[in-house]
Design a protein. Sequence first.
Length: 364
Amino acid sequence: MSRKGKVLVAMSGGIDSTVSALMLHDQGYEVVGITMKTWDYASAGGGKKETGCCNLDSFNDARAAAVEHGFPHYVLDIRDEFGDHVINNFVEEYIAGRTPNPCVLCNTHIKWRALLKRADAMGCDFIATGHYAQIHQHSNGRYFIRKGLDETKDQSYVLWGLQQDLLSRTLLPLGTYHKTEIRQMAHDFGYPELAKKSESYEICFVPDNDYRGFLKRKVEGLEEKVNGGFFVDRNGKILGKHKGYPFYTIGQRKGLEIALGSPAFVTEIIPETNTVVLGSEDDLNKTEMTVSKINWLKYDGVNEGMEATTKIRYKDKGALSTLNAFENSVKVVFYDNVKGIAPGQSAVFYEGDDVVGGGIIQRN
């Protein structure tokens, strides 16, 4: 038995998770590698390309690294759990006129829970992943996420949904390193090819990033049902016809196939009437929003009027705001205009580099 304990490491076969596993192995943990199969690519349609983290080559790369370093490796089939929760939610959100972030849901409800369940069955003390973020414990006893040291790779935004029991058992070995250092470690561990491996930023179950094609294949008769709704301006004036509200996202400018003489942006989606509202770039500016399905990390709630930097998308720098409890939600009021608030996306509240909590942006 290792003096540091036994850890179940999620290994996708990519550089980050492989280096995480080898680092922990070197540090004296008893490592068990596990690769999760989340999606059956053959059934996805839209080409043969396997996106993201779960293709056969990746499984083999993960297993080879484990075998070479003398620790066990397993493949875990969670397609049913993943499909029922993540993919169905993805489709339902677009049908409800929202823009989901499936990676948040996958991390929160599927991967971590699946890992912890198997870790308990295998007698593992910890679970670990290759995310660029840190976990700390506050003096109040609560665990919370802190931004990764490498700001360009920081993944704290997608981890806001992790609950206390998960955080207390999770190790994130890459949180205090820069990506350049991880690439060097891959070389040093004897995996120069891994250091050159391209990274995927696509949604793993949407081939070629074509979410519209995916929705059409998943929802029988969707195109016929929603085709021919109206584009309107903010006053309700009809501007033309569109191909169906689920195929548009807030802030979209390209692919609208309508000429208005000046740039037009999607500013609102109204599924009840199959209406897409268009406006100018300024019409995307808002100063408040409602966030629900909250998960608190650093504190167990919000003090009225608490200040936080709120991020509304992954690559967002964040904007200063105040938070106020509102029924089972949080009312977020920004000090300045914020552009392109999209219902269905995650809002994450930061105090400095620390994640206070997060939730899902609602339609007002």
